[in-house]
Structures are given as structure tokens and as C-alpha cells.
Design a binder for this molecule. Sequence first.
Ligand code: FPP
Ligand code: MG
Ligand code: MG
Length: 307
Amino acid sequence: MLDPFALVKDEVSEVSNRLRSMVAAEVPELTSAAGYFFRAGAEGKTTCPTVLLLMASAIRTDTPVSTIGSMNELRAKPMCIAEITEMIHVASLIHDDVLDLADTRRGMDSLNSAVGNKLAILAGDFLLFRAFSAAGSLDNAEVVSLLATALNNLVTGELMQMNVTPAQRCSMDYYLQKTYYKTAALISNSCKAVAVLAGQTADVAALAYQYGRHLGIVTAPVLFAMEEFPELRESVERGFHDPSDVATALEYLAKSEGIERTRLLATEHAKLAARAIDALPEVGDRVALISRQALKDLAQKLIRRTK
Ligand code: FPP
Ligand code: MG
Ligand code: MG
């Protein structure tokens, strides 16, 4: 198996470096709050930028030797999408921690606990401004619209989680929709943005989107367990605010096929992600072929992590 992270690690670290300078604001307080999660050592996992940069290579068509010199130019746009995606992602986490009254994030103080809610909210707003002004400078209306859709989905997903009825808590459709919005919509729309910016066909852009969607979807062990043990329904309906409901759920989960079915669902999504890559137009370019294999391996690695 390839190490997908190793293949693009230099570019990913360039993205991290550039993010540090991109968040400079007029007011030093805002610069330091907005840059809080971009400081060295605070960046977290690099899955999103890795996927986007591999996707850019995976969909490149045979690159004639004459264009090798302008390689940096070819990589500049996907790197910019990676930066924008990271800014939107971090903004959503900063706002999420305010909403959740969270004390920690990535093993550090959350931004709200470090600087207070007010500055944390403004730092998130500022990151969204930086993200969309960078998107605007790419001069492609479809790309701006894809990123706006991702942002809308994040907000909608958060609201679906906040205002959920007892019946909705028990619905797999509702769960998967909310999960797609919260965890997969950003990467799927950004993958598509990479393809659109590369001037790819609508078919290729749709496959890039599908790959991101399947990669981003996580799973639902408790709801599967509930199908086997309907007595779990009441705990699920109440939303696990009460520790005794959590204990009940874990007890039933252990007895159920929930975990196994979750694993199967994750495997299915990894397969569908790989299928999207296999459906890309044939290519002879070696870098493209290696990147395609790396994207498939990455999907496998992510399910192993859920095991
Ligand atoms: C983490 O969920 C939260 C998200 C993935 C998205 C949150 C979205 C918003 C707050 C809407 C506003 C969006 C932007 C871009 C400003 P979690 O709380 O379930 O998980 P975690 O806290 O354990 O990571
Ligand atoms: Mg949270
Ligand atoms: Mg939350």
C-alpha cells in the first residue's frame, strides 16, 4: 500500500505555511485568534489537503514535457482550494466549539476557552471572509458556488443536529443526511472544485465529488443496534444527554450486530469511493496513476481507523 500522505507532504506543508500568512488581519488580536489552529504543531490531521492535492494529480491528463516547466502553475489552483477548505473547516470547528461550550480541541484549549466567545466568533467569521476572498480571486463562479454550498451544508447540518425531533433521532435517513452535511459536504464540494478549476469535464467533476462524498461519510452503529433491539429507541429519542442512556446504548451495542454492520457500511463507502476513481477516464500519466492508487488506499486506511 502507498502512503498517500507521503506523496504530497511537501505541498501540504507549503499549504500550512501559506495559511499562517493568509490569516493576517488589521488588528493583531484577530490575526492571532484566526491563526490559532494554523500555528506549527496545531494543524491537526492533514487528510483534507492531502485528498485535494492527490485528486488534482489523479485527474491530470498526460502532461506533455513542454508544460513541465509550468508545473507550479498547475499546482497553484488546487493548493488554493486546499487552503480555502482548511479555512472553512477550521472556522466551522471554532464556531462549533462556541456552540458546544467545548474546552478543548486537538488536544489544546479550544479557541473560545483561550480568548473568549466573542473573539472566537469573530475569528471564525474572519476566516470565512479570507476563504471566500481567496475563492473570488480564482475567478471561477462555479467554484465559488460549490464552496458556498459546502458552507450552507455545514450550517444546515449543525442546525439539523440542534433541532432534531425524537422521531428524527431514530431515522437512518436523517442521520445520514445530517452526517453528509456535517462531515462530507466540504470535502466532496472541494474535490469537485479542484476538477472544475482544472477545466475537467462535468463527468470527471461528478466523479471527484462522489469520491469525496463516500470518503467523508461516517457511520451509525447505534441506529443499527436499535433495529435489532427496539427497546433502545427511547434512549436514542432522548439524545444521550443522560449518562444512563449512554450506558444502555453501549450495553445493547455490545450485544448487537451494530458495530459489524457499521463496518460493512464503511467498507461499502470505501468501495464506492474507489469505484469513482476507477471510473475516471483512462490515463497513461504515471503521476496520475499513482495518485489514483493513493486515493483508493486512503479510503481503505480511513475505514481501518474506524475499526
Ligand atoms: C463538529 O461537530 C462540527 C462540524 C463538523 C460543523 C459545525 C458547523 C457549524 C458550527 C456551522 C457554522 C459553519 C461555519 C463554516 C462557520 P461535533 O460538535 O459533533 O464534533 P466535535 O466537536 O467532536 O468535532
Ligand atoms: Mg463539537
Ligand atoms: Mg457540535
